[in-house]
Design a binder for this molecule. Sequence first.
Ligand code: SF4
Length: 213
Amino acid sequence: MENIKKILRKKQAIEIVNILNENGYRGIYADSLEEAKKIILNTIPLKSTIGLGGSVTINELDLIRIFKEGDYNLFDRYNQPDWPSTVQCMREALLADYFITSTNAISKNGELIQVDSGGNRVASLLYGPKNVIVVTGINKVVNTLEDGIERIKTYVAPLNSKRINHKTPCNLSGQCENCTTKQRICNYTSIIKNGERMGNRITVIVISEKVGY
Ligand code: SF4
């Protein structure tokens, strides 16, 4: 039974990779997190400057440690002495050689949909870093753009709010209450409809497993 599920997940992941390639992204299939990690490390030349978007998937890939220990120049937003330095680090990452992040949803029309509290991730996806690598599990594939926004509102944002402990109503209730709190988790939305304009700038690695949320 597990084998059949894996075969179906693989088929679905390859379908979405094909859709992404038809829509101007560089879509790549990966069988596992480990394979995705190898693809990322084979793609990024040593000494590159690298920015990271906050993401459970990025944590699961253990990339922060790898980039800190390796011959890379990581904009380490997680290791700054105070908030102004963290903000400055995120600003500098806007001009990185590579920006690595996940997405909140991918539609079957090839749209990438993201929501941020602070905006650095959505900004980097849209413009700035020379190259963007998006890593995503098959669990983030939705049918339409509207389904993607619904997924974020009802599922991703409350979980993210809890993960980074923002004081929002959804952190407590687990559902969106359309708040206007200072620490609101969903202030900025980016929808990338097509990657063609900037050539192969955006690589999307689709893993045929559940990764992140
Ligand atoms: S609007 Fe407020 S309650 Fe709704 S998802 Fe965003 S942060 Fe949570």
